[in-house]
Design a protein around this ligand. Structure first.
Ligand code: SAH
Length: 353
C-alpha cells in the first residue's frame, strides 16, 4: 500500500506532502472508492449504522460581517432580514423534541441583538424544558467571556468553521476587518472552555487550491475537532462571488471519506449544501462516511430568508411526515436515525471524571 495511505490507516501523522499526494490521486480511477470503502469500515466500527439528527434553527439573518461568499452578508440589501424571539425559538425546540430531536443547533449571522443576556436566558429555558438535550451554537466570533457565559448557561457544543487554514486564502474570502488569527483563537478558546467544537470549510471556495486543502487537513489533524462541517461552496447571486464556480459533489464526497479516516470518531454531517446541490446528495454523503444530518426546524419565514447561497434545500421538517421521509431515505441505504444526543465518543465519560 502506498505510504500516505498506510500512515492514514495506522493513525500516523501525515505531512503536507502526504495530503497533497492523496489530493492529487483524487481523479485516478478507483481511488475514491478505495478511500470510501475504508471510511465506511471505520464508520461502522465506531458508529454502526447509526445516524444522528440535529434540529437546525436559524435564529437570525442579520449579520455585521461582510464575507464575500455569504448571502446574508451585511451589504446584501436585497434580502428580507428577520430574527427569532425567545418564544419562537422555544417553540421550535419543543416541536423538534416531540419529533425525536435531542440536539438543537442555534445558528445565525453575527447579530449583536443576541447579547449574552438574551442568549443565556434562551439556553437556560431550553435546558429547563428539555434536560436531556444538547445545545449547539453557531453564532460566529464572540469574546472568550461570552463563550464562557454561554457554556455555563447550558451550551454544549459550538460550530465555527475555520473556513480555510491558509491565512492568505482567508484574506481573499473576507474583508480586511476580519482576521484569520482571531478565528483560530476563537476555536482554541472554545476548546479550552470545554465545548465540543466543530470547525470546517467550504469545498471549492473561490481561489481554493489543493495546497489550501492540504493545509485544512493538516489543521484538522492537529486541532482534532469533535465535529467537522464541510460542504460545497455554492454561489449566491447578490454577493461578490455570485459569478464564481461552485464546489462539486464529487470533491465533497472524497473529502468526507478522507476526514472520516483521518478522524474516525468525528461527528461529520452530510450538510444542507451537499443536499442542495444534488437530489440525494445527503444520502451520498452518508455513504461517503458522514454520520449526522441536520434537518431544518426553523419557521417558514426564517427558512425562506436564511439564504446563505442560491437554491438552498429548504423542505423544512414542520411535521412528523417529513422526518419520516428522511428516516425512510436513510433506511433505504441501510442506515438508521436514532433518538439520541449523539455526543462525540468519549466526551461524556471525560466530563464525569
Ligand atoms: N455566522 C456563523 C454561521 C455562518 S453560516 C459563523 O460565522 O460561523 C454557516 C456556514 O455556511 C459558514 O461557516 C460557511 O462556511 C457556510 N456558507 C456561507 N456561505 C456559503 C455559500 N455561499 N456556499 C456554501 N456555504 C456557505
Amino acid at each position: 500500500m502506498p505510504k500516505p495511505l498506510e500512515k492514514l490507516k495506522n493513525g500516523i501523522a501525515l505531512t503536507k506532502e502526504d495530503f497533497l499526494w492523496i489530493l492529487e490521486k483524487q481523479e485516478e480511477k478507483g481511488f475514491r472508492e478505495t478511500l470510501q470503502e475504508y471510511a465506511l469500515q471505520l464508520r461502522k466500527k465506531n458508529f454502526g449504522n447509526t445516524i444522528y439528527i440535529r434540529g437546525l434553527i436559524e435564529i437570525s439573518n442579520y449579520c455585521k460581517n461582510n464575507c464575500y461568499y455569504c448571502g446574508i452578508r451585511r451589504e446584501n440589501s436585497s434580502i428580507h432580514r428577520y430574527r427569532l424571539e425567545e418564544d419562537t425559538i422555544l417553540s421550535c425546540v419543543a416541536e423538534g423534541y416531540a419529533l425525536g430531536f435531542r440536539t438543537f443547533v442555534l445558528q445565525g449571522g453575527e447579530d449583536p441583538y443576541y447579547t449574552d443576556e438574551r442568549l443565556c436566558s434562551i439556553l437556560k429555558k431550553i435546558k429547563q424544558n428539555h434536560p436531556d438535550c444538547a445545545i449547539t451554537l453557531s453564532l460566529g466570533e464572540r469574546s472568550k467571556d461570552s463563550y464562557l457565559a454561554l457554556f455555563q448557561a447550558g451550551a454544549d457544543r459550538y460550530l465555527l468553521r475555520h473556513e480555510t487554514a491558509t491565512e492568505s486564502h482567508y484574506g481573499m474570502l473576507h474583508p480586511e476587518q476580519m482576521s484569520w488569527q482571531n478565528r483560530i483563537r476563537c476555536l482554541q478558546q472554545l476548546k479550552e472552555i470545554g465545548y465540543q467544537v466543530g470547525c470546517g470549510f467550504m469545498v471549492g471556495s473561490p481561489f481554493q487550491t489543493k495546497e489550501h486543502l492540504a493545509n485544512d487537513l493538516l489543521f484538522l489533524q492537529q486541532f482534532r475537532p469533535h465535529m467537522v462541517g464541510i460542504g460545497p461552496f455554492i454561489p449566491q447571486g447578490q454577493t461578490p462571488f455570485g459569478q464564481y464556480a461552485g464546489g462539486t459533489v464529487e470533491q465533497t464526497l472524497f473529502l468526507l471519506s478522507l476526514i472520516r479516516i483521518l478522524l474516525p470518531q468525528v461527528l461529520l454531517p452530510a450538510t444542507t449544501a451537499l443536499g442542495s446541490l444534488e437530489v440525494g446528495g445527503r444520502e451520498k454523503g452518508i455513504l461517503a462516511g458522514a454520520n449526522v444530518v441536520m434537518p431544518n426546524l426553523s419557521p417558514k419565514e426564517a427558512r425562506e430568508n436564511y439564504t446563505l447561497y442560491d437554491n438552498k434545500l429548504s423542505t423544512g421538517l414542520e411535521n412528523a411526515h417529513s422526518l419520516q421521509a428522511l428516516q425512510e431515505s436513510m433506511k433505504a441505504i441501510g442506515y438508521e436515525i436514532v433518538i439520541d444526543r449523539g455526543d462525540a465518543p468519549g466526551v461524556l465519560e471525560q466530563q464525569k471524571r
